[in-house]
Design a protein around this ligand. Structure first.
Ligand code: SF4
Length: 384
């Protein structure tokens, strides 16, 4: 039997498995009273949208506490659209990939014009088209599909990492899944249930999280075992085929901790137009091949803030990994010699008491510096 002949059977098997084994407790998939929505019933697109963007790069168990905190601070689209970016970044702090938070904030301004402040609690006022959602910053086709199918129970396909893996194994595709997307999207569109699309997409995501896991999938418990070509080849671990891994470039970064006579530290806020725009950081920057790290710090501080510093003792060095690059950061205490600091390469600068640093949104690498600084200064802090 071909895959096409089996579509209905695959759908039925997956939905039956979902009824007994799915994650029916995910908070943003429930109604406000905690009950499971009926077939065809709409639920809050706002709550689902925020969760789906958080889930783009982050695991469900990590997302849940961030999502719960977010909903307390920004319970509606109106609250979010009227907030400033700094507050949004502060709530996002620790989740990483901060451009997602910036884009959510930008999208909130667009959505509130479409939805209307007085109607933001009414799912019927929200967009239901894939193109409408994809026109928002940071929303791709799969995220749009997931929001629409989850919120409105409409038959819109998804193809996130979990679903790509399941389909690559079902078909035993010989290409890495990113190169075979057209075929995988077609399968997702053909398979989706028109009667219970919300459950069907959730069933796919749950199967990928619980059974068809990246390593050692539990094929013997899988409802799709009879249809799976990778399983029939005794080789599911070998699918999807891997992309060649690229070596990440390494950049050395020098960072200066500059105190004033009140014991306050100088921090600056990144330009909105830069990556991680709106977040705060300590002054510093990239080392060139011909200079020492101390010279880098002196030069960067002069270029960014227009002041002269003398570089003193080292606090720490450490490596920090991003998706496409590795940073090696070296942090030194600095003595402020002359000049009045001005934000030459940032939008704002501030002198802040070290015990108040966690009240500002910092990228993850800077958070490590703050923790080490607190240890050095023997400051005991509870993060807000
Ligand atoms: S049989 Fe195994 S490899 Fe195939 S879909 Fe199920 S868990 Fe994944």
């Amino acid at each position: 039997m071909s895959m096409i002949d089996s579509l209905q059977d695959i759908q039925n098997s997956l939905l039956e498995w979902f009824r007994g084994n799915g994650r029916h407790w995910i908070p943003w998939k429930l109604k406000n009273d905690g009950s499971i929505p009926h077939s065809g019933e709409s639920i809050s697109p706002y709550q689902i949208w925020i969760a789906e963007v958080m889930l783009q790069q982050t695991q469900l168990q990590v997302v849940i506490p961030y999502w719960e905190k977010w909903m307390k601070v920004f319970p509606t689209l109106t609250h979010l659209s009227e907030s400033n970016l700094e507050k949004v970044l502060l709530i996002w702090q620790g989740l990483g990939y901060y451009s997602r938070a910036t884009r959510i904030h930008q999208s909130s301004k667009i959505l509130i014009d479409f939805v209307g402040k007085d109607k933001d609690q009414d799912p019927n006022s929200w967009p239901v088209g894939v193109d409408q959602w994809m026109s928002l910053p940071g929303i791709g086709r799969s995220t749009a599909g997931s929001i629409i199918s989850s919120a409105f129970d409409l038959p819109v396909p998804i193809l996130d990492g979990n679903v790509k893996r399941i389909f690559s194994r079902l078909l035993a595709t010989e290409q890495p899944s990113n190169k075979d997307e057209k075929k995988l999207w077609e399968l997702s569109s053909l398979l989706i249930s028109t009667l219970t699309p919300r459950d069907f997409n959730q069933a796919l995501m749950d199967l990928g999280a619980i059974i068809c896991t990246p390593k050692k999938p539990s094929c013997l418990s899988c409802p799709l075992q009879n249809f799976c070509v990778a399983y029939k080849k005794y080789d599911p671990d070998n699918f999807p085929k891997k992309e060649m891994t690229k070596i990440k470039p390494l950049q050395e970064i020098g960072i200066g901790l500059i105190f004033n006579s009140n014991g306050e530290l100088l921090i600056d806020q990144r330009l909105e137009s830069s990556s991680m725009g709106g977040m705060w950081e300590f002054p510093g920057g990239k080392k060139t091949s011909e200079e020492s790290i101390e010279k880098t710090i002196e030069r960067e501080v002069k270029e960014e803030l227009g002041i002269v510093v003398k570089v003193g003792a080292k606090l720490l060095s450490f490596e920090h990994n991003y998706t496409h690059k590795k940073l090696y950061l070296t942090v030194h205490f600095c003595e402020w010699i002359s000049g009045k600091p001005i934000p030459l390469a940032s939008q704002k600068i501030l002198w802040v008491s070290p015990d108040k640093l966690f009240h500002f949104p910092f990228p993850a690498a800077n958070t490590k510096i703050i923790s080490e600084l607190h240890k050095h200064l023997r400051i005991k802090i509870k993060k807000p």
